[in-house]
Design a protein around this ligand. Structure first.
Ligand code: SF4
Length: 72
């Protein structure tokens, strides 16, 4: 399994990634959206962790979010 991205990761900071979308304070976040419905996410289902094109070699939380979010 790929290592998980943490909020302390440099790219995570640059993109304002958080593993819990419900807790982000970024005004660009639309409530209810998270990695599981982002076009860059390729994990299975709405829970657990999966690959994201923005974080090569790592896995993001299905419940996460960052400002590169783009609806699928
Ligand atoms: Fe999540 Fe999409 Fe950001 Fe990747 S690009 S961390 S899948 S919101």
């Amino acid at each position: 399994e790929l290592p998980h991205v943490t909020d302390a990761d440099a790219t995570a900071k640059a993109l304002s990634y958080t593993a819990d979308a419900a807790k982000t304070r970024n005004p660009a976040h639309k409530p209810g959206t998270d990695c599981s419905d982002c076009q860059f996410y390729s994990g299975a289902g709405g829970k657990g962790f999966g690959p994201c094109q923005m974080f090569p070699g790592k896995a993001v939380s299905a419940k996460g979010w960052c400002q590169a979010y783009a609806a699928r």
